[in-house]
Structure formats: structure tokens, C-alpha cells
Design a protein around this ligand. Structure first.
Ligand SMILES: [Zn+2]
Length: 321
């Protein structure tokens, strides 16, 4: 059904890599050489998600500044995952929740040993439970954290997808590219759907990956291009709408690609990560909303010492799923 047309992987290492060239900004079209700034000015994946290695040469300075608000929204939406996963952004690991709010998740790194501490107000019975049959301890960690603007976070994913698009495909995505230029303009009229899945929460491999897959059949009624973006333990997918190849595709689809990443470990070898069945969000709104998860649940088995973190969605939009 699909073929891969672009993949970029960022992993820890000394090597900086650069995409594109300085002839023309792929977002606004400027050819003015003085508009571009330093070579490491435009990060292909958000710096706050840990990207220090992959840069876009064909993104000018003013586009880069314009897109900062989108990237900020995406980081706020993924904040709790970043904290639990220990993803190292521009200013260290993101902490979730303000110190005076109901719950705070903090991440600390002592000589390579990671600690996650959670402080939660409220009565204990609401937070902890023990299954008397299995002995499994269940701990609910409510998340307050930041609010974010869903449309802006969607546009951060769109921007990443456009940055990865092969040059000979750019002309099919004029409307989407244009929408990035003004903050509240939507790249499409229909619902802006995001498939969101997670691998395991906590100890995320410090890796970012973006991938574009393209429909093989000319007239099939499935999206022409799907963009997938993986940040450690979370995986997003969006339908990157083309101007001319998506007219027959129903708005009511579901982004259900079951993704598996082979993420390199810092010490060598690979982590295979299978992501969950994608949850479907509609990120069309320009109103501030709480991030998509209201709690994490930790289930801990004291006999096997196995623990599993599961995020609990605040609200899952399934009206078109
Ligand atoms: Zn530009």
C-alpha cells in the first residue's frame, strides 16, 4: 500500500547533518542569501525534543522564528512523556507541573542513574490501589502540566513532514506549506487528525526519527502521504494533505499504521520498539487545552518486580475513527 520516500534518524553522536541547500527556502520561497543565518539555525526536529544534530539548510531565519510557536506547543503536548523518558532538550530534561500545582513529576540524573519522582496532592486512596488477588500495586499519577494549542502542535508535525519531503513532491503541498506562514491558518478544512501511540513510557531511547510514506496506488482512497514522527517513547502520525492527490480520500479515516522502530542504543545494538495501537486525536482547535493525558498509571508487581507505565488519555476523539 505504501512506500517509504524519506527517513531521517537522529541519534546521539558528534556528527551534525544538514538537509537541503541554500538556494531557496522551501517554506516561503525566499532566495535572499542573507535571510538564512547560521548553518545550525534551523533544527529539522525540535531542539527541545533533543535534536542537536539534524539541521535544515533550506529553512530561512524568519520561517524558523515563525515556527517556534508550533514547536513549543508540540513540546507542551508531549511534556509528561519527555519528563518520564528523560529526553534532554535545550535546557535539560523538561519537568512537568508547576511546584504549586496538584502534581509534579521531576526527573533527575545522578551519574547516569535516572530517578523519577512524583509528588501528588490529594487522598492516598485515590492514587494507590492494591489488587488483593495478584498483589499488583497500582499507582495513579495525575498530570496537570501545561496547556497547549492543538492546531499549533499539529503544525509542528506538519513542518517536520515538509522539511523531509523530497524536492519533486513539494509542488503538491502548496496549501499546506502556505498554512505554516500564518499562525491560525489550517492546512485543511477537515479535522486535523493525529494518530498518537507510545512505546514504553520511561527510559526513552534518546532518539528522534521522521519518516514519510507514500501511497503506491494512484487512485486508492487512502492518504497520499502519511508522516510519522517518533520522539523516544512516543510516535505521531498525520495525513499530510496534498493539493491534488487526496480528493477521493474520505475525511473519516483512521491513522492506524502500527509502527515499529529499530532505535539504536547508546551502548550499541538496537532497541526494537513496538508502538501501541494509535489513539486518534483531533488537533484542529486554536483554543488552549490540557495536554492529551490526564494521568499515568504505574502497575508494579512486587513478586516479579516488573513495572509498566500506561498513559491514560484525557479524552479520545473517536467521532471520525
Ligand atoms: Zn522562509
Amino acid at each position: 500500500m505504501y512506500e517509504e520516500i524519506a527517513t531521517e534518524l537522529v541519534e546521539l553522536g558528534p556528527q551534525k547533518r544538514f538537509l537541503g541547500n541554500r538556494i531557496c527556502c522551501r517554506f516561503c520561497g525566499t532566495k535572499d542569501q542573507s535571510a538564512f543565518g547560521g548553518r545550525t539555525n534551523a533544527h529539522t526536529f525540535p531542539e527541545a525534543l533533543g535534536n542537536k544534530f539534524l539541521f535544515s539548510l533550506d529553512e530561512c531565519r524568519s520561517c524558523n522564528e515563525r515556527f517556534a510557536v508550533y514547536e513549543d506547543a508540540l513540546c507542551k503536548a508531549t511534556g509528561p512523556f519527555l519528563t518520564l523518558g528523560g529526553v534532554r532538550g535545550k535546557r535539560g530534561v523538561r519537568q512537568t507541573g508547576r511546584s504549586n500545582s496538584g502534581s509534579v513529576i521531576q526527573h533527575r540524573d545522578d551519574d547516569g542513574h535516572r530517578h523519577i519522582s512524583v509528588r501528588s496532592k490529594g487522598s492516598l486512596e485515590n492514587v494507590v490501589g492494591i489488587d488483593s488477588r495478584t498483589g499488583v500495586v497500582r499507582l495513579q499519577i495525575p498530570i496537570e502540566g501545561d496547556k497547549f494549542v492543538p492546531l499549533y502542535a499539529y503544525k509542528a508535525l506538519t513542518k517536520i513532514a515538509i522539511a523531509l519531503l523530497p524536492e519533486d513532491e513539494l509542488h503538491r503541498f502548496r496549501r499546506t506549506i502556505e498554512s505554516l506562514q500564518s499562525r491560525d491558518m489550517k492546512p485543511a478544512i477537515g479535522p486535523l487528525q493525529v494518530g498518537f501511540s507510545y512505546g514504553y513510557v520511561g527510559n526513552a531511547p534518546p532518539t528522534l526519527a521522521g519518516s514519510l510514506i507514500r501511497r503506491r496506488e494512484e487512485y486508492a482512497s487512502i492518504p497520499y502521504v502519511i508522516a510519522i514522527f517518533v520522539a523516544g517513547s512516543v510516535c505521531f502520525q498525520i495525513w499530510l494533505r496534498s493539493d491534488d492527490k487526496d480528493n477521493q480520500v474520505p475525511e473519516s479515516g483512521k491513522l492506524g499504521i502500527r509502527w515499529t522502530s529499530q532505535l539504536p542504543k547508546p551502548e550499541g545494538g538496537y532497541h526494537p520498539i513496538k508502538y501501541s495501537e494509535p489513539l486518534q486525536f483531533n488537533w484542529s482547535s486554536v483554543d488552549h487545552q490540557f495536554q492529551p493525558f490526564e494521568a499515568f498509571e504505574l502497575r508494579f508487581n512486587p513478586i516479579t518486580t516488573e513495572g509498566v507505565f500506561t498513559p491514560i488519555p484525557r479524552e479520545v476523539k473517536t467521532s471520525y475513527g
